[in-house]
Every structure is written in structure tokens, then in C-alpha cells.
Design a protein around this ligand. Structure first.
Ligand code: ADP
Length: 472
């Protein structure tokens, strides 16, 4: 061999040697643990990253259990095994690879601590969202593009009386009242196929007992990563049934109040305008002014009831109590209401011997005026209205009776609720405020109020006031 060929060969050999050395360093430089163990479990090689494992990895040392066991198993079976193992403050996925022909096992660890943390965070977030969904006060539902229910929370179960297990997989229209389905499905399709987002869409929901609630919905549709194919729609509702009923009641109430105020106001303005005419006699003028006074008193009464109710609603109903005689106040109220109903006889039948009571006189007068006024309104002209009071142990029982239309038993319970107007007379004669005001005022005095009545025979409204305790 020529000298230069020899030189060339030596240089190539040196290169191969260098490459082999580099290769040998490869596992050593791996930032993850790499080990090789012999069949007997003794460590043949361990790179520096093995110090991250929680056992002594010096060559010559024996693998601890359970690694020893696994190494033996993979060599026997010829197939690798992966386990999760704790290192020093880190978690590793450890892969045992048998090199069967050579009779040893290569062990490769990879640090999965961050991956585990992310997984744990995801699990916590999912649990949190699951709880939020399940226990939210608002009804929440999820449906798929086939409009089948895929999730249904507790609030929805309460709203419908159906359990999630019963409705999952069923079509959403199951929850909608039959006569609203076509309309509602149009809107529901709009979200799922059309990708519409509801802000405030009203769709009623039917309970299994048949009752229907009005629900205001907002929704969002989830799409695949391309944003093209809808995956699911989630909708959250707000039950506005009561709110709607209250709004309707308010509207009706405003209409009623306006009507009730207009009638006496027309009398007042009409009477005053005519009274100003110089051509009419003094006698006629006096009569007109009487009419005007009647109208003004009616207005005053309506406004007083409205004020009392609004004070009570706002928690501002405070009593100004004084020691008073019930008879005096009943007489005053009878006189005022008598002016409004001159064709009725109002008889105050209260003994002067009745002990005085400690009440707010203005409020007691209001209770009397409301009850006597009702007694006159709902009884024929010419009939008698009687006001009476008597002592019953440590309270005074007061009553106002009439021989009027009476009230059916089924209507009696709701009488003292706001805006309750019952029977055929109700439509024309009031706004359903008098009795609720009486109830609030009587209860503010620690008393009770109730009615005894027979349709066609008349009614007796009764209320009580506790008498002052002898020592107080
Ligand atoms: P309103 O302004 O309508 O009279 P109230 O609260 O005073 O309101 O009364 C409620 C309803 O109770 C009335 O609409 C009427 O139907 C009934 N009512 C009240 N008092 C009597 C009565 N003495 N006889 C028959 N019905 C009555």
C-alpha cells in the first residue's frame, strides 16, 4: 500500500472513530433519562438525566422494584411496556424496550410533568364548567344539529318536571307546547343551521303537568375548527312568566286608574265650569259645587289608597298612633262616604262605652271609608249599611255589613290581594285597591281582616284591633 493511501485510510478511520464517539455520546446528551439494564437487572448504562429519577442509577447498581420486575417481564415477553413513574418533583413516562437478541432492556424516560399539569388544569376547568352548568339557577340546554337534546341541567329539570335521563337523545320540540312548536322550531333551526345567535328570543316551555312558562332565551352555536359545521347549540333561559304577568297587571292597572280618575275629574271640571256661568241661580250653583266636592272626594280617596299601597310596597308605612274613640272615627267616615252615596243609610252602631284604642286615626278612618264605600257600592240604593264594634276579650272586633250582592266563597280568599276585582259588578265599579289597603293597614296595627258573605244576601267585613295591655 502506498504511503499516501495508508495516510488516507488512517484519516478515514479517525473520522469513523469520531463519528462513533459522537454517536456514543448521543444517549448521554439526551435531556431525558436513558438506561440500559442486563437480564439480571443490573444497570449497564445510565445517562446524566437519570439523576432526575428517584433511584440510584449508577452502572453496576440493581434496578429497584417495580422496574426490576417490568424489565424481566418485557425481556420474557419480547414486547415493550410503558409505565408512569414519579421522579424527583417530576413525573415521567417510562418505556421499557426489550432488545431480545442482546438480552438487555433499554429504558427511555420522558418528562411529562407539564403535560400532566395541563391535563389536571383541564380536568379542573371541565369539572368547574360541569358544575356551573349542572347547578346554575337558569335553565340551560344543549342540542345537536339533529335538534336532539344532549345536555339538560337541574334548573331545566325543575322547569319541565322531566329528568335529564328521560329527555337526552329526544328532540327539543318535546319541551314546547304543541301549538307553539312550528314557530319555535323555526327559531331553533335558525340557531343550529343558520348559526344565528339569540340575544332575547321568547320560546315557551311546557311542564309535564301541562303548565306553560314563558322563557327568554339566549344562545350560542359551537362550530368545528373550520367554523363551518355546527356541532351543538347551547341555550340559556330566563323565566319571565311572573314578570310578564306583572307587566300585564300594571298595564291593566294604569288603564283602570286612569278610568277611575277620569270619572270624578269630569264631574269636577263640568260642575265648576257650569257653576261659573253667571246666568244660573245660587241654588243651582250650590248643587254644582256639591257635585264638584263629591268628585274631589272620590279623587282624594283613590289617591290616598294608591299612596298607602305604594308606601307599604316601599316599606315606608309608619303609623302615627294616638288614643282614640272608634265611634268618633266611624262617624266621621260614615259622614264622608254618606256624601258620596246619599241614597244609602249608613248606621253607626257603636256603644260609647267601648274602651278607647291606640291606633293611627287617619288610617282607621281610611279602613272605614274603604269598607263603607264598598258596602254602598255593592248594595242597592236605599239599603242600609251598618257599622258596629264590640269587645272580644283583649281585642276589638269591628264590622261593616251590607245587604248587597255578596261574594261567592271561591272569590273570598283572593279579595285582599292587589287589584282583585270579582263578580260582575267589579268591571264597572273600582280598581281593586280598597281591600288590599285595608288589609295592609289592619295588619300594620297587628289586627286581622276577613269577610263573611253569602251571594245575594250581603257581606260583613270584619277586622280586629288588639286592645292595649292593662300594664302597658
Ligand atoms: P274596588 O275598588 O274594585 O271596589 P276593593 O279592593 O275595595 O276594590 O274590592 C275588591 C273587590 O271585592 C270588588 O271589586 C268587589 O268585587 C268585591 N267587594 C268588595 N266589597 C264588597 C262588598 N261589600 N260586597 C260585594 N263585593 C265586594
Amino acid at each position: 500500500m502506498a504511503a499516501n493511501e495508508k495516510k488516507q485510510l488512517i484519516s478515514e478511520l479517525a473520522q469513523v472513530h469520531q463519528q462513533l464517539e459522537d454517536l456514543a455520546r448521543f444517549p448521554q446528551e439526551n435531556p431525558n433519562p436513558v438506561l440500559r439494564v442486563a437480564r439480571d437487572g443490573s444497570i449497564l448504562f445510565a445517562n446524566t438525566a437519570c439523576s432526575k429519577l428517584n433511584f440510584n442509577c449508577q452502572p453496576g447498581q440493581l434496578l429497584p422494584e417495580p422496574y426490576l420486575q417490568i424489565a424481566a417481564e418485557v425481556l420474557d415477553s419480547g414486547s415493550s411496556q410503558i409505565i408512569e413513574a414519579e421522579g424527583k418533583n417530576r413525573i415521567f413516562m417510562v418505556n421499557f424496550v426489550p432488545i431480545t437478541g442482546a438480552g438487555y432492556v433499554n429504558i427511555y424516560g420522558s418528562d411529562i410533568t407539564e403535560h400532566k399539569k395541563t391535563e389536571e388544569n383541564l380536568r379542573q376547568t371541565r369539572d368547574y364548567l360541569d358544575n356551573l352548568f349542572t347547578y346554575a339557577n337558569a335553565p340551560i340546554i344543549v342540542w345537536n344539529p339533529e335538534l336532539e337534546i344532549t345536555r339538560f341541567n337541574h334548573a331545566f329539570e325543575r322547569l319541565t318536571g322531566r329528568s335529564a335521563s328521560e329527555v337526552l337523545g329526544k328532540k327539543v320540540d318535546l319541551l314546547i307546547p304543541a301549538d307553539e312548536r312550528v314557530e319555535a322550531l323555526k327559531k331553533i333551526n335558525g340557531t343550529t343551521s343558520g348559526g344565528e345567535r339569540w340575544e332575547v328570543v321568547e320560546i315557551p316551555i311546557q311542564h309535564v303537568d301541562g303548565s306553560i312558562r314563558t322563557i327568554l332565551w339566549n344562545s350560542a352555536t359551537l362550530f368545528d375548527t373550520d367554523g363551518k359545521i355546527p356541532l351543538a347549540t347551547i341555550a340559556q333561559g330566563q323565566d319571565i312568566t311572573e314578570l310578564k304577568a306583572i307587566n300585564k297587571m300594571k298595564d291593566e292597572f294604569i288603564g283602570l286608574v286612569s278610568h277611575e280618575l277620569r270619572t270624578p275629574l269630569t264631574v269636577v271640571t263640568g260642575a265648576i265650569n257650569t257653576a261659573m256661568d253667571k246666568r244660573i241661580s245660587e241654588e243651582e250653583r250650590y248643587e254644582l259645587l256639591e257635585d264638584a266636592a263629591w268628585g274631589a272626594e272620590s279623587l282624594d280617596s283613590i289617591l290616598n289608597n294608591l299612596l298607602e299601597l305604594s308606601r307599604h310596597q316601599a316599606g315606608r308605612l309608619t303609623l302615627d298612633k294616638k288614643t282614640v274613640s272608634i265611634r268618633e272615627i266611624a262617624d266621621k267616615a260614615a259622614l264622608i262616604v254618606g256624601n258620596q252615596h246619599p241614597k244609602h243609610t249608613i248606621r253607626v252602631d257603636i256603644s260609647g262605652e267601648l274602651p278607647p284604642v291606640i291606633v293611627d286615626p287617619v288610617r282607621l278612618e281610611r279602613i272605614f271609608t274603604n269598607l263603607i264605600d264598598n258596602a254602598c257600592k255593592y248594595s242597592p240604593e236605599g239599603s242600609e249599611v251598618r257599622v258596629f264594634a264590640q269587645r272580644d276579650r283583649n281585642e276589638i272586633v269591628v264590622g261593616v255589613s251590607d245587604h248587597g250582592v255578596g261574594i261567592a266563597v271561591e272569590d273570598q280568599a283572593g279579595l285582599f290581594e292587589p287589584f282583585s276585582r270579582v263578580g260582575p259588578e267589579a268591571r264597572t265599579k273600582g280598581i281593586g285597591l280598597g281591600l288590599v289597603v285595608c288589609k295592609r293597614l289592619v295588619e300594620a296595627h297587628d289586627g286581622r281582616i276577613w269577610v263573611e258573605s253569602k251571594p245575594g244576601e250581603g257581606s260583613i267585613f270584619l277586622f280586629t284591633f288588639p286592645l292595649p295591655k292593662p300594664d302597658g
